[in-house]
Design a protein around this ligand. Structure first.
Ligand SMILES: [Zn+2]
Length: 278
């Protein structure tokens, strides 16, 4: 058998077949899925007490940095458009500014200059709520196992039965167990600043937030694939591993399905579901 030439291997690599390289990542990780036309039987609850998400405005809702106003937004919002963010980083409404500071490195695309700044450490206290009725499919209680830190993932269904997931990350405390059913608006835990990554923890110290994601499983058989078993850090949650979840745009999810503040849900809990938006 002929040995593959360097040119041949180079061509393979360009096509995405890299021998002995890390498992290929699904392109679907970087494309927002379309919502099924059936929609939802009920409007979702906002995942935190922050309800400052308006039709034409996300300031006060999504996290920003000194140099990146889109930092907390879903999409290609990171590293000058070079890195995809699957969720929205929701700002706390209740937090405490400590005397401590943390050094944050910034890159200013306007001046092409890097600089660092000591920012005050802020501790968030917001409660985290289930957006809809569902089943808790993953609780990661050990923050060192994931860049998402401590997190909860819940499986819900669209009105046509299509399953989908919501995820609440970087929590300080998780108050639900895997396998349990939850109701819309149930408390899942408390916002926090947990992550396995030191860089992530530094940003979270200065800009606390809840990373909220909505998505769907890409490959139902993911857990038994060679790619999944080769993952580093190791697979977490089987097919519900975040590296097997295609995102929906979480801002569109909250806007188009008319998310409600939890306080108004409690008052209307016994009422029949609200009519679906066309
Ligand atoms: Zn995030």
């Amino acid at each position: 058998m002929r040995r593959p030439t360097a040119l041949f291997l180079g061509t393979l690599a360009a096509l995405g077949f890299a021998p002995h390289a890390a498992p290929a990542r699904s392109p679907l990780l970087h494309v927002f899925a379309q919502f099924p036309s059936a929609g939802l039987a009920q409007p979702p609850c906002f995942p935190t007490p922050n309800t400052k998400l308006f039709d034409d405005e996300t300031e006060g809702y999504a996290a920003q940095t000194r140099t990146n106003p889109a930092y907390g937004m879903p999409g290609w919002s990171r590293s000058q458009g070079g890195r995809f963010h699957k969720g929205v980083d929701i700002l706390p409404v209740e937090f405490e500014r400590t005397e401590r500071t943390v050094k944050i490195e910034y890159y200013d695309p306007k001046t092409s200059r890097s600089f660092s700044k000591n920012e005050p450490v802020c501790i968030p206290h917001d409660e985290i709520y289930a957006v809809l009725d569902g089943t808790v499919v993953v609780v990661n209680a050990r923050s060192e196992r994931s860049g998402y830190g401590r997190y909860v993932m819940i499986e819900h269904r669209f009105d046509d039965g299509t399953p989908f997931l919501s995820m609440y990350a970087h929590l300080s405390r998780v108050e639900v167990k895997e396998g349990r059913s939850v109701r819309r608006g149930d408390r899942l835990g408390i916002m926090g600043q947990t992550s396995s990554q030191p860089g992530g923890r530094r940003y979270l110290s200065a800009i606390p937030h809840c990373h909220f994601e909505v998505g769907r499983v890409i490959d139902e058989n993911f857990a038994s694939t060679r790619a999944a078993r080769a993952l580093r850090p190791p697979m977490l949650g089987g097919k519900y591993d975040p590296r097997n979840i295609q995102p929906y745009d979480p801002i569109r999810f909250l806007r188009e399905f008319r998310a409600q503040p939890r306080s108004s849900l409690v008052l209307t809990k016994a009422a029949s579901p609200q009519p679906r938006e066309p």
